[in-house]
Design a protein around this ligand. Structure first.
Ligand code: APR
Ligand code: PHB
Length: 392
């Protein structure tokens, strides 16, 4: 077996790996992406769907924003609903910015198509990926394809393989420090063939638990309910899901939640997680491989993209000038944003979910929501974080 040579070996074809590969290609830097799943699986996996303005800008600059511009839904605000009433947070007025609702799998489709159109190499269904020798100047990645072992020799490895990937666990013990918080609840999410019931997202705080109304297109609604962390879907027949959503999202006589056939349902656990540093030797971790946020602030994809933007700049500097100055600061630069986004995601989660057992929390949360929706300063802080802090 003859090893293949590339400059950057990228593990994982999620948003982090694909955006990185594309950014590098635009600077004339070669990479190979290794992905354990099939192309179809990556393109159909339903994940989050809110893009910050900075993410939208970057995708446009990269030349992969055409379909997003046509099909993405630009939103200038969100609604917070509590005590049976809705309160709009007006992003345009408060920040001059907007967010775009466009499913993560649509972003993935656009990126895969762009990489393949540029003769980019993505190896799907790569088995048993192993990252090696990244504490030397000559890292290697071994994997198997249809049972045949293959090897890639590269200058750097980018670990973009998500929370359950192989890159982070391959770093010797004692190097990384993990910071973690696991929440005592999860989200039951559905995709329904029903027109969205409101033009914007609705985040509802309710005594029965949090609920979220989101969408994917003018015909498809995405909805979530706070549930147990390991809720059994068997306990949730469709009729029960709808009746719970109707109760939690109720918003006065004029508002009606549209129902329709449920196309997909699933339960997600919620955690906040960060490892420091995000690099070891010649391996850099990016996106969910290095950190997880609870989905309440819709930040996971955006944070993954922000990481690889920093990494691509560092690699460009290395290949153009031989300097590792920026690469050496990769963790430091990324972690500043990571922790600010962790703070925001934790805060949105704590604010909007029902915490068992202490009625004090309920009153405190209602007071916070009241403050948030009546103070311009407080609304502006939410809006500024939601649309996305400026990229470094
Ligand atoms: N070998 C190769 N590929 C792997 C391996 C492995 N051992 N393990 C995981 N992968 C792949 C996964 O199949 C997935 O396609 O790595 C990819 C990681 O992608 P994501 O999980 O999407 O992570 P990331 O690119 O960091 O994007 C973060 O995605 O799931 C959301 O909430 C998350 O929005 C956030 C964003
Ligand atoms: C989604 O549309 O899937 C979505 C929207 C907002 C969130 C999380 C998920 O905070």
């Amino acid at each position: 077996m003859k090893p293949t040579r590339t400059q950057v070996g990228i593990v994982g074809a999620g948003p982090a790996g694909l955006v990185l590969s594309h950014l590098l290609h635009r600077e004339g830097i070669e990479s190979i992406v290794l992905e354990s799943k099939s192309r179809q699986y990556c393109e159909e996996r339903i994940r989050a769907g809110v893009l910050e303005w900075g993410t939208v800008d970057l995708l446009n600059q990269m030349g992969v924003g055409e379909r997003m511009k046509r099909e993405g839904l630009v939103h200038y605000g969100i609604e917070l609903r509590f005590a049976g009433r809705g309160h709009r947070i007006d992003f345009k007025d408060l920040t001059g910015r907007a967010i775009t609702v466009y499913g993560q799998h649509e972003v993935i489709k656009d990126l895969i198509q762009a990489r393949l159109a540029d003769q980019g190499q993505i190896v799907f269904e790569a088995e048993d990926v192993r990252v090696q020798a990244f504490d030397t100047p000559r890292p290697k990645i071994q994997y198997a394809l249809s049972g045949n072992v293959q090897e890639i020799h590269c200058d750097f490895i980018a670990g973009c393989d998500g929370f359950h990937g192989v890159c982070r666990p391959s770093i010797p013990s004692g190097i990384l420090t993990a910071y973690e918080r696991i929440y005592p609840f999860g989200w039951l999410g559905i995709l329904a063939e029903a027109a969205p019931s409101s033009e914007e997202l609705i985040y509802a705080y309710h005594e029965r638990g949090f609920a979220l109304h989101s969408m994917r297109s003018p015909k498809i609604t995405r909805l979530y309910l706070q549930c147990g962390p390991e809720e059994d879907l068997a306990n949730w027949p469709d009729a029960k899901i709808w009746s719970e959503l109707q109760r939690r999202l109720a918003g006065g006589k004029e508002w009606k939640l549209n129902e329709g056939p449920i196309l997909q349902k699933g339960v997600t656990g919620m955690r906040s997680f960060v490892v420091e540093p995000m690099q070891y030797g010649r391996m850099f971790l990016a996106g969910d491989a290095a950190h997880i946020v609870p989905p309440t602030g819709a930040k996971g994809l955006n944070l993954a993209v922000a990481d690889v933007r920093v990494l691509a700049r560092g690699l460009k500097e290395f290949y153009f000038s031989g300097s590792t100055a920026l690469l050496d600061r990769y963790s430091e630069i990324c972690l500043r944003r990571v922790w600010r986004v962790q703070r925001f995601s934790w805060w949105m989660t704590s604010l909007l979910h029902r915490h068992e057992g202490n009625p004090f929390d309920d009153r405190r949360q209602l007071a916070e929501l009241d403050y948030l929706t009546s103070s311009r300063a407080a609304s502006q802080s939410l809006a500024e974080n939601y649309v996305g802090l400026p990229l470094d």
